[in-house]
Design a protein around this ligand. Structure first.
Ligand code: ARG
Length: 303
């Protein structure tokens, strides 16, 4: 039996890489205010159900071999479960969040203090962390229009030394970039075009000619709020058409049920902040720069 030639229709190049995620147990989850169209305080939400569903998400990551670290939830911060908003971590450098609404403001310092020992930067401009910053190999995609200020895109670029590409969001249901787009790997993405301005749609078409395009029905169940490790994609179970597309493209789909958290406008990615340690990519300048800015304290790297 020879195994050298992949069968037609399989994508032998899909490769998972192990990730490190920071997450926050939704012990104090509730819908008590409305800062996006998904939230209805009159209907509320149930913390116990949210915890059970969130534990399913943690279990899915651990089954895939990813490392999950936890930050303590804070009473009175019902949205703190949405760890993606807490910071942006690239090359071991932590760009802090500065929330758009006062209801979430205290989450910024709470997340930043978890990263003690890392090289951190307090943001001067409003930004909601990985909710609006999605990191690819060569650049970072950044959303604006509802939460993150465009000035934060430049601030993040200057701090992280990675090019940042601004994308304009136009549909209030998809108020964070991570509700409209997710990286499939370091080079390609899936997105819902209707969430973006006409100009940004052209930018996306130019950058990602092979992108997976999702339907409005996929987006409406927050199907774009998914987490890929390059091969396995953790995604809301109801995003049926998108799941089929991804499977046809050679990805392993891992469906999860986070309906309770969706009452606050969140899905799997919102609950997940990726911790990217210093890049191992070697180039003459990068290696020198990395030596000069060693970000990890003695014990901090293994928290
Ligand atoms: N209720 C939260 C808010 O509106 C949900 C945040 C979802 N997080 C995300 N990364 N999209 O801020």
């Amino acid at each position: 039996m020879t195994t050298a030639i992949p069968k037609a229709g399989t994508f032998s190049e899909r490769a998972a890489t192990t990730r490190h995620y920071l997450m926050c147990r939704p012990d104090f989850f509730a819908v008590t205010y409305a800062i996006n169209p998904w939230m209805d305080p009159a209907k509320g939400a149930d913390a116990a159900t949210a915890v059970r569903q969130w534990e399913g998400l943690v279990a899915a990551y651990e089954r895939l071999g990813h490392k999950v670290s936890l930050i303590d939830p804070v009473d009175g911060l019902p949205d703190m479960v949405f760890a993606a908003n807490g910071a942006l971590v690239v090359d071991g450098k932590v760009y802090g969040a500065r929330f758009a609404y006062p209801e979430r403001a205290a989450e910024g310092p709470a997340y930043l203090s978890w990263f003690e020992g890392y090289e951190t930067r307090e943001a001067a401009f409003t930004n909601e962390g990985e909710g609006d910053f999605l990191t690819l190999e060569e650049f970072i995609l950044a959303g604006t229009g509802f939460r993150t200020d465009r000035a934060a895109h430049l601030e993040a670029q200057e701090f992280l030394g990675r090019p940042v590409v601004t994308l304009q969001l136009v549909d209030p249901r998809f108020y964070h970039l991570d509700t409209a787009l997710f990286p499939l790997d370091g080079r390609n993405v899936a997105y819902y075009p209707g969430a973006f301005s006409e100009g940004s749609r052209r930018v996306l078409a130019r950058l990602f000619p092979d992108a997976v395009l999702a339907t409005e029905a996929d987006a409406e169940v927050l199907g774009l709020n998914a987490v890929s490790d390059g091969k396995n994609i953790v995604i809301n179970a109801e995003a049926v058409a998108l799941r089929e597309q991804l499977t046809r493209q050679g990805y392993e789909v891992v469906p999860v049920d986070l309906t309770e958290l969706r009452k606050a406008g969140g899905g799997p990615k919102c609950c997940t902040l990726e911790i990217r340690e210093r890049s191992e990519r070697i180039n003459k300048h990068g290696a020198l720069a990395a030596e000069a800015t060693e970000p990890l304290g003695e014990e901090a790297s293994t928290v």
